[in-house]
Design a protein around this ligand. Structure first.
Ligand SMILES: C[S@@+](CC[C@H](N)C(=O)[O-])C[C@H]1O[C@@H](n2cnc3c(N)ncnc32)[C@H](O)[C@@H]1O
Length: 270
């Protein structure tokens, strides 16, 4: 199957090959490092029975489901996503769970809830697809109860490292990928945004994901192909670049790491 451009795809999953994107999310969730980072998020959030939790950009809803087990029947977890295909899949996977878990379609910057509705809000790998993130932070503040937690995890695409003998071309490819995201440097800027929006007790943790070549191809292969289609690279130089990584992989020398940042802050108590 041809790798899809995930920057274009996740900005508008309903107008893309949503089945490809859903399978991609399932496979990413199964990575041990990704699961471990989620476990750490739960340890930071400390969701209690009776808590109201919002997962913005919830995708296929697997993390919302895990959080609903913690919030229990006195609480409620709601997952929202801009994509109908994602929300339909989230409902299909989790509606029969019997948990207090709700899914609905809504863009990150316009959530259909009353002010001060949630004890915790979480967003993972979503803000990189949003050009202007300030209205999303304004929504976080509006929706959180005083003293409520905001936890955001996102990637800094400039900090993608790929061990490759063609360092100049590799830098150019990494820069191209980063610029293709509406907010490719959001991981690095999260701390600044938490400060600007007045969050307290801010914690930051850098989390690197090292994926096998096959998954790396699915994450960045389609974006690089967009670069070929737009004449930012030639097909030959990109074919040679991948061939070197494949040879490295056969020789057990392939290494790439995606750097993300997990940031949590507390809304001021009045
Ligand atoms: C990479 S997926 C991450 C999904 C989920 N948070 C996870 O960790 O698996 C990005 C998700 O963000 C959603 N998304 C992209 N732009 C959005 C926006 N402006 N508002 C809400 N959701 C958005 C996409 O539809 C997709 O489900």
């Amino acid at each position: 199957m041809q790798n899809q451009d995930i920057t274009a795809g996740f900005q508008s999953a309903d107008n893309s090959d949503s089945a490809y994107l859903i399978k991609f999310l399932e496979d990413v969730h199964n990575c041990e490092t990704v699961r471990n980072v989620f476990k750490e998020q739960l340890a930071w959030l400390k969701i209690q029975r009776g808590d109201y939790v919002l997962d913005i950009g919830c995708g296929i809803g697997d993390q919302a489901y895990e959080m609903a087990k913690l919030a229990g029947y006195a609480g409620l977890v709601t997952g929202t996503d801009a994509s109908h295909a994602m929300i339909d899949m989230a409902k299909k996977r989790h509606s029969a769970s019997g948990l207090n878990l709700d899914f609905l379609v809504a863009p990150a910057n316009a959530q259909p809830f009353d002010n001060l509705s949630f004890d915790h809000i979480r967003t993972e790998r979503v803000l990189m697809y949003v050009k202007d993130t300030d209205p999303v932070f304004a929504e976080y503040l509006r929706l959180l109860k005083p003293g409520g937690n905001l936890l955001v995890y996102d990637v800094d695409w400039d900090a993608l490292v790929i061990s490759h003998s063609h360092t100049v071309l590799t830098r150019k490819i990494v820069g191209f990928i980063s610029d293709k995201f509406p907010s490719g440097r959001i991981g690095c800027d999260l701390f600044r945004h938490f400060k600007r929006f007045g969050f307290n007790d801010i914690k930051v943790k850098a989390c690197g994901y090292s994926h096998p070549l096959e998954l790396v191809k699915r994450i960045i292969g389609g974006i690089i192909q967009t670069g070929v289609n737009e004449n930012s690279f030639t097909a030959n130089e990109i074919n040679d670049w991948w061939a070197i990584l494949e040879r490295d992989d056969r020789e057990g020398k392939f290494f790439a790491s995606f750097q993300g940042f997990m940031v949590m802050g507390r809304k001021q108590k009045i």
